[in-house]
Design a protein around this ligand. Structure first.
Ligand SMILES: Nc1ncnc2c1ncn2[C@@H]1O[C@H](COP(=O)(O)OP(=O)(O)OP(=O)(O)O)[C@@H](O)[C@H]1O
Ligand SMILES: [Mg+2]
Length: 275
């Protein structure tokens, strides 16, 4: 049988389920609902921004998608599997909004990045050469290879943010949920990260980004979900001018920045690529 006949005989691949499916999700803190009936599908391979003012429930929605906070009502499916039965955590890369402060044994930058591979490791197995190379590559991508042996506590807020991004990259997931990954990150690193996300997207990764400003990610974002007091106020093309919608009368303060001016000074600056 010729190759052509074979390819004709092959059945069409089954349609891929959405990477993330949220239905009528409600999340409450102390009985106060902060996510109030959100429904959302994020297709495999989509790049979606989640926008909205401070306190509108963006982080809570992301955490609920990952099962880090319980749903009061509604459902979440990841890659076609209800959250409570989902086990393929190696497919998911999560960048939390901030590195949790203080406490515990001081971890080095390299250790934190390598911790992103725990979900893909078999019990008791040691990191492979490939795993170690992926950690090195992730550190290189965020420009922190030279800080590998330093304690994460010695880094600035923006550098810590880059460590969290490297940790998500090191696990080589296909689905990223990133909560304000560019906040407090200097302009050159923002552009590098935008290039990285573009490359991941080019390889078919699903990327959900909570953003305050689109900044250098703007060319990548075709769809924005805008939360307003815990509900979806808009789902479609990114609203323009985006700044009005994001701030909505709120000042968005990020306490850490590793560049003069902080994140709010960055979005329209054209930055030369570093490589
Ligand atoms: N652990 C918690 N316990 C109680 N209330 C919380 C908790 N986390 C968040 N909240 C409240 O829930 C609401 C939504 O918070 P959330 O952090 O999801 O908003 P956000 O859109 O991510 O805001 P920001 O832009 O400031 O990051 C806010 O009113 C917040 O104060
Ligand atoms: Mg948040």
């Amino acid at each position: 049988m010729s190759a052509e006949t074979l390819s004709q005989a092959r059945p069409a691949p089954p349609p891929q389920p959405p990477a993330v499916r949220v239905r009528d999700a409600v999340v409450s803190y102390d009985r106060r609902p902060v996510v109030r009936g959100v429904s959302l599908d994020i297709g495999a391979g989509e790049v979606v921004a989640v926008l909205g003012p401070n306190g509108s429930g963006k982080s809570t929605l992301l955490r609920a998608i990952l099962g880090l906070v319980p749903l009061t009502a509604g459902t979440v499916d990841l890659h076609g599997t209800p959250l409570r039965r989902f086990t393929e955590w190696a497919r998911i890369g999560y960048v939390p909004q901030r590195l949790s402060a203080g406490g515990g044994v001081p971890a080095t930058v390299r250790e934190v990045v390598a911790s992103g591979q725990v979900a893909r490791r078999r019990r008791l197995s040691l990191p492979t050469t490939e795993d170690r190379a992926a950690v090195t590559e992730a550190l290189e991508t965020v420009g922190l290879l030279h800080r590998s042996r330093d304690s994460v506590h010695e880094l600035s807020g923006g550098q810590q943010q880059r460590v969290l991004i490297a940790r998500a990259l090191a696990g080589r997931p296909d689905t990223f949920l990133m909560d304000e990954p560019l906040a407090g990150v200097d302009a050159a690193s923002q552009q590098t990260l935008a290039d990285t996300i573009a490359a991941l997207s080019g390889r078919g990764a699903t990327v959900v980004l909570v953003l305050h400003e689109l900044g250098p990610l703007e060319p990548l974002i075709g769809r924005a979900v805008v939360l307003s007091e815990g509900t979806v106020g808009h789902d479609g093309a990114p609203p323009r001018p985006f700044g009005d919608c994001a701030r909505d009368g709120h000042e968005h303060i990020h306490p850490h920045a590793d560049a003069a001016g902080g994140a709010s000074a960055l979005p329209t600056i054209e930055v030369p690529r570093r490589d």
